[in-house]
Design a protein around this ligand. Structure first.
Ligand code: HEC
Length: 144
């Protein structure tokens, strides 16, 4: 049997693991208040990218008119994550593949290249940080 203190530490450890991956559940949002420094550079960039996808969908996807659309190229290999366990094997390969998807989109914005970007988000997330997968799935074009 686990005693009370052990159980408490396990709960704290699990909550930290999940909250670092940006899950949006209420109990984790409450826990985040105990940490003075919640957002890593990488998490901030991720939220910015996610916001860009949301506005691309609103402005371009509905009409299937991608003229003038562009995404910011963040250097994901150099931004610091919340903790180094997120830099899983293959992380830099995923970043490089992803930055090529962004380049392809910016060179020729279209539904196709947009979908390439979203699959780049999903492939890295399946390995490095599954928390936001449900949210990222909502950025797929067939979800709209
Ligand atoms: C190369 C890997 C990689 C790619 C590509 C990637 N992510 Fe992430 N993402 C991460 C990691 C690692 C974290 C956790 C960052 C942290 O907590 O420090 C994260 C965190 C997030 C979060 C949670 C941020 C928060 O509020 O804490 C969201 C949302 C997110 N990513 C969306 C996206 C979207 C949308 C894309 C594609 C446009 C994307 N990610 C591409 C690795 C990646």
């Amino acid at each position: 049997m686990l005693n009370c203190i052990q159980t408490k530490w396990i709960i704290v450890a699990l909550a930290l693991v999940f909250s670092h991956c940006g899950q949006q559940l209420e109990p984790q949002a409450k826990l985040a208040k105990m940490q003075p420094n919640v957002s890593s550079e990488l998490a901030v960039a991720m939220r910015a990218m996610d916001g860009e996808l949301v506005s691309l969908i609103a402005r371009h996807a509905r009409e299937d008119d991608w003229g003038g659309a562009a995404l910011t190229q963040f250097d994901l290999t150099h931004l610091m994550p919340t903790d180094s366990s997120m830099l899983v094997d293959g992380y830099s390969a995923f970043s490089i593949a992803f930055s090529k998807q962004i380049d392809a989109f910016n060179a020729a914005p279209s539904a196709d290249t947009y979908s390439g970007v979203v699959s780049g988000c999903l492939s890295c997330h399946m390995h490095a940080c599954p928390g936001p997968l449900a949210r990222i799935n909502k950025r797929r074009l067939n979800e709209h």
